[in-house]
Design a binder for this molecule. Structure first.
Ligand SMILES: [Fe+2]
Ligand SMILES: [Fe+2]
Length: 171
């Protein structure tokens, strides 16, 4: 990710770090997902993947992509241990995540829309309207598929490596 202006790169890294060390965001470590991954690792992997693609393709609203991808799964409950949430989790969690993000981080409407459409086509009416939303939707799919494709044991072994990898937006 070298093509970026140094000032913009610094600003994006600062935003990333602020989220990374925020105690509310750290709570996502307690939310398991995708065969032994957790919501924290998943979300920052999605953020890094989406940002790399967006910078390469140019003319994307990078700040919106960064914030939306970090917060896209900020639903803060374990649907596996909550029977009432289990059935509708796929379709509902984008809206729960968006409401939580609005409450805790005062996000703007662009970020809101990206979060709400990240599970499309599962959320039929909430579809990605912008290229930024399409990219986050795609990044989430790619990362989720990779997470499903690796075993729990493999992920456990790699956990420290994953945490190291997501420590910074730009390496
Ligand atoms: Fe999600
Ligand atoms: Fe996700």
């Amino acid at each position: 990710m070298k093509e970026l202006d140094a000032k913009i790169q610094k600003e994006l890294e600062e935003i990333y770090q602020q989220f990374f060390f925020n105690p509310l965001i750290q709570k996502m470590k307690e939310i398991p997902m995708h065969r032994g991954s957790n919501c924290f690792i998943h979300s920052f992997k999605v953020a890094k993947f989406a940002m790399r693609k967006a910078i390469k393709r140019k003319n994307y609203h990078l700040k919106a992509i960064l914030i939306a991808s970090i917060l896209h799964d900020y639903y803060l409950y374990d649907w596996r241990s909550d029977r009432s949430k289990k059935k509708k989790h796929g379709r509902r969690h984008p809206f729960i995540a968006e409401a939580n993000a609005r409450r805790d981080f005062h996000i703007d409407s662009e970020v809101s829309d990206i979060i709400k459409s990240h599970m499309w086509p599962l959320t039929i009416k909430s579809f990605p309207k912008t290229k930024e939303a399409k990219l986050v939707n795609h990044a989430d799919n790619v990362i989720a598929t990779r997470e499903f494709a690796t075993s729990k044991a493999f992920k456990k072994k790699r956990e420290q490596r994953y945490l190291k990898f997501i420590e910074k937006l730009f390496d």
